[in-house]
Design a protein around this ligand. Structure first.
Ligand code: PKZ
Length: 75
């Protein structure tokens, strides 16, 4: 799950900014158990950019209910 969040955050930055990027840190909150064999809804958005640093927030929700996030990440 953490790798998935890292990947999605990295992809958002790659698509929205110029140049190559890499993760400096990844903070993950595990808020609830993620279900197996169910679709997941993953969202990532850029919170702010300062110089060459880009701050990203991401969530994983149950893809069927879309209810409160099971995981939250910030990078
Ligand atoms: C159709 C189109 C499709 C496109 C589709 C593309 C798909 C594309 C998918 C991509 C998907 C990617 C997925 C990503 C997954 C990986 O990124 S994997 C790589 C994992 N990350 C790494 O290996 C990074 C290893 N670390 C480093 O390279 C270096 O430590 C860093 C992070 C670049 C920093 O190095 P540096 O720039 O030399 O650091 P330094 O000058 O000391 O510090 C610069 C600033 O950053 C801050 N900083 C440095 N390290 C840290 C840290 N760990 N935490 C917090 N702050 C830090 C410093 O405090 C400093 O802040 P200021 O004083 O400027 O305010």
């Amino acid at each position: 799950m953490a790798s998935l969040l890292d990947e999605v955050c990295g992809e958002v930055v790659e698509r929205r900014t110029s140049g190559r990027s890499r993760t400096a840190y990844l903070h993950v909150n595990f808020r609830a158990i993620a279900p197996l064999n169910r679709p997941l809804q993953i969202e990532a958005r850029i919170r702010r950019s300062v110089g060459r640093k880009t701050y990203v927030d991401a969530t994983i929700r149950d893809g069927e209910t879309g209810l409160r996030p099971m995981l939250r990440a910030s990078t």
